[in-house]
Design a protein. Sequence first.
Length: 379
Amino acid sequence: MNKEIVLNIIKDLGPLSRSEIAKHSGITKATISEIVKELIDENLIYDEKDDADASKRGTNLHFSKNATYGIAIDLGGTSIHLGMFNLAGECFFEQTVPTYDLETSHEFLDQMAADLKHFIQQSGHPIERLSFISIATPGIVDQAAGVVLEGSPNLPEWKDIHLGQYFRDVFQVSVTIENDVRAALVGEMYSGAFKDLNSAVLIGIGTGLGSAMFIDGKVIRGSHNAAGEIGYMVVHRDQMYAPSAKGHLEMSCSGSGIEDAAFSLYKRRMSAKEVFQQAKQGDLQAKYLVDKFEDHLSMGILNMIALINPEKILLMGGVTKSISLDQIIRKVKLHTTEVTDVSIEISKLQHHSALQGIAILGLNQAYPTLQFLKDKQLY
């Protein structure tokens, strides 16, 4: 316990002398000297003076934030974002590649591993210093086992995928797996719009649709880590008798859903962005699709407000670049009261929130003594 306290004081407040650490922690100087020696041996901190001066009380101790690094991955249906993070949770190298158009999950994982090795090579950092890999993936995950239980229809054979074991075998490091929207939630809690809040909801609207939430400081996962799968909400009676593998709300409120609906109307492929542009230009069919999207999204938001009563709802994902936030807020306010009046915003971090969040979760697993969200319960 004392070791954890000393390490995090140096990480958060350093550089500090041994005497200053004693003042902040209330731990005796003799105990601190023993702990400092252990932390230096573990390469988690370093003394700014030479080894010969390390015993001097006036020398400052620094957190060894660049001693090792980890790779965070935000795995999306359209793009894969890669970020390299140090032990302070800072991203210092980043890259985005298109999501692979492959037939099998085995091919997909092999391509991911190859791209990770290339990413490390491009960064100029030795692979020997890699200490963790963390992956934010669509779908329902067993975080403890590192398995995607039920995956995204936008990725090949994405079910019962042992992501954690696969990347542990290839890279021989700690591997963390989490649902992508829940990872983004943690990112927003750490450095984004949820930093000073206690209850909030994040809704991800990209190729697919999902959400994540924390209530009274605790991230909500559900009995099988499936909490927040709002894409499966049923919002019309007729949908009760037409089960959907993709989810009825996702079919109306996602990029892929809009594109499928546009194909049915126009008999040609259009991107979600094109549909929104056509609607703004006065195309009545496109406007119908956009109105339906906004109505269904507003219903999903209202359902979340009724259940969770959050302080804020944050929207993120590629589709949020095209939506009319004012229209959605107006529709939601028709059904809210002073008690349930909630701030609705678009994420400023966007995909960086998932990268940041999954990096923090990866650090939490690889280095459990480091504290990043000590006032929040992540598991």
